[in-house]
Design a protein around this ligand. Structure first.
Ligand code: ADP
Ligand code: MG
Length: 484
């Protein structure tokens, strides 16, 4: 069998989290009862006119700048015609031959190396409503909910640079991370705030021209991006191997079945009857505005990751983990700024804190432990006031009660015992109480040291300094000490 190379390009729709819609003042929130968030413009009542949402443009500019795209000084809106019940105007306002931005790129790490995927364009448009097909009293009925109609979107179109289903999923993750960092979209794929269509073709390895592509619609999770593309790659290879030809078509992914089926032959641009939107003037961007938006961009994920490694000495793994979400990175940096050792803070935030947040399904905005409080806890360990093990218990109590570390340690008498004589007395008591284990240990079963440590810790309610306990046990259990 000949070897084939998959070629993939993604078209991603990013819902911009503005308060109002792209061209009218109707509420742009997700949810609500059907048709709550409409107004005369959304309903396409005669005589209504679009008014462009400045915030939506600003969000689109953020994305264009963050991806190094070239912003068009003057872009233009265009009508793209469809005939669907969920599109009351009969057309979608989009951008066509003069999009907002072009030639950017999205970068991400894949298997340890940096991948750059080129962007063909980023353009602005509005979302459609939703049709729902349900059972009615007299048979099936179709209902329409226009809450989503007119919500601002940007469409981010990648070049056909991706070479595997896995890489496509990684690209999508990077895109999601970026829009969340930029605060322009919540990236919630289940609610449809981030959606993607995948264009897939295959070609013999070494070929320089592209094969015929199909477009997969309706992909609403990372897992499904990967599954849908994998399925399509296999389907196309199989087809070509059997002497068939891929036809350019739109296919619908069915996540429940794990397969896709042809939906329609691919429409051509002329099918949409594009023409410049007569009700909106060309969008001219003010240079000073772009400058301001540029100045307000946050540090982007890859730059932050690199800084965490170079300036804070974190491993690649920790740096990636702690920069995956902007709020986690902000929290982590606040812990370090409050005086915690960078590496130690990374451990606490990366393991304990994220675990608790996940378990309780909370975001950092509802975190009961303030960064300064976590820094205080790490200092208590560094100073030897409490052991690492006790610190985990204290952390649990801080999480449950919101109290400070110092307060909990004092109230519960958890200060570490570092008085050697006191610990030695306990060690001797434990050794005397377990003559059989002592004999085995002295005959070479060194694993029993853990047993003794455990006994001493139990006797001291976990407060003995683990270092001292280990030292003393080794000395007292050594055959030399035994024979003296
Ligand atoms: P359209 O607007 O008709 O969907 P575009 O030229 O804008 O077409 O391309 C849409 C997407 O398809 C882009 O993401 C692009 O990278 C991808 N694409 C184009 N040709 C191919 C191909 N032969 N194989 C895979 N992806 C492709
Ligand atoms: Mg397309």
């Amino acid at each position: 069998m000949a070897a084939y190379e998959p070629v993939i390009g993604l078209e991603c729709h990013v819902q911009l989290q503005t308060r109002s819609k792209a061209f009218s003042a109707a509420n742009a929130s997700f949810g609500g009862s059907p048709n709550d968030y409409t107004d005369p413009y959304t309903l396409a009542l005669p005589g209504t006119l679009p008014v462009l949402n400045t915030r939506a443009v600003e969000f689109a500019i953020r994305m264009a700048l963050a991806t190094g795209s070239t912003l068009r000084k003057t872009s233009r809106f265009a009508r793209k015609h469809y005939f669907y019940p969920d599109l009351p105007k009969g057309y979608q306002i989009s951008q066509y031959d003069e999009p907002l931005a072009e030639h950017g790129e999205v970068s991400f790490f894949s298997g340890g190396s940096l991948r750059k995927v080129r962007l063909i364009r980023i353009h602005m448009e509005e979302d459609a409503g939703k049709s729902m097909h349900v059972a009615g009293a007299h048979g099936p009925v179709s209902l329409v909910d226009l809450n989503r109609a007119g919500v601002p979107l940007i469409e981010v179109v990648s070049a056909p640079d991706l070479r595997s289903a896995e890489e496509a999923a990684e690209y999508l993750k990077a895109l999601r991370q970026l829009v969340r960092y930029l605060g322009i979209c919540d990236g919630n794929m289940e609610e449809g705030s981030l959606r993607c269509d995948a264009n897939v073709s295959v070609r013999p390895v070494g070929a320089t021209t592209l094969g015929t592509r199909t477009e997969l619609k309706n992909i609403n999770s990372f897992r499904n991006v990967q599954r849908a593309i994998e399925y399509e790659i296999e389907r196309q290879i199989d087809l070509v191997e059997r002497g068939g030809q891929v036809v350019q078509e739109t296919r619908l992914w069915d996540a429940d079945r794990g397969s896709s089926h042809a939906m329609r032959s691919k429409e051509e641009a002329h099918d949409y009857r594009y023409f410049p939107e007569p009700d909106l003037p060309p969008l001219a961007l003010d240079a000073a505005w772009i400058e301001r938006v540029h100045g307000e961009l946050p540090e982007l994920p890859l730059a932050r990751r690199a800084r965490f490694m170079e300036k804070l000495g974190l491993t690649e793994y920790d740096a990636a983990l702690l920069t995956a979400e902007k709020d986690v990175a902000d929290y982590y940096e606040a812990v370090v700024a409050a005086g915690a050792d960078a590496k130690r803070a990374a451990n606490w935030v990366g393991s304990e804190l994220l675990r608790e947040l996940n378990r309780d399904g909370r975001t950092l905005s509802a975190c009961p432990i303030a960064p300064a409080a976590l820094a205080e806890l790490t200092r208590l360990v560094d100073q030897g006031t409490i052991s690492g093990k006790i610190a985990k218990d204290v952390f649990g109590k801080m999480w449950a009660t919101g109290q400070g570390a110092q307060a909990i340690v004092e109230a519960e008498g958890l200060v570490q015992v570092t008085d050697e004589a006191a610990i030695e007395a306990v060690v001797r008591k434990v050794v005397e109480a377990n003559p059989q284990q002592v004999e085995k240990y002295r005959k070479g079963n060194e694993k029993l040291l853990g047993f003794f440590v455990g006994q001493v810790m139990r006797e001291t309610a976990g407060k003995a300094s683990p270092e001292l306990v280990n030292q003393l046990l080794r000395r007292i259990l050594s055959p030399k000490e035994g024979s003296s």
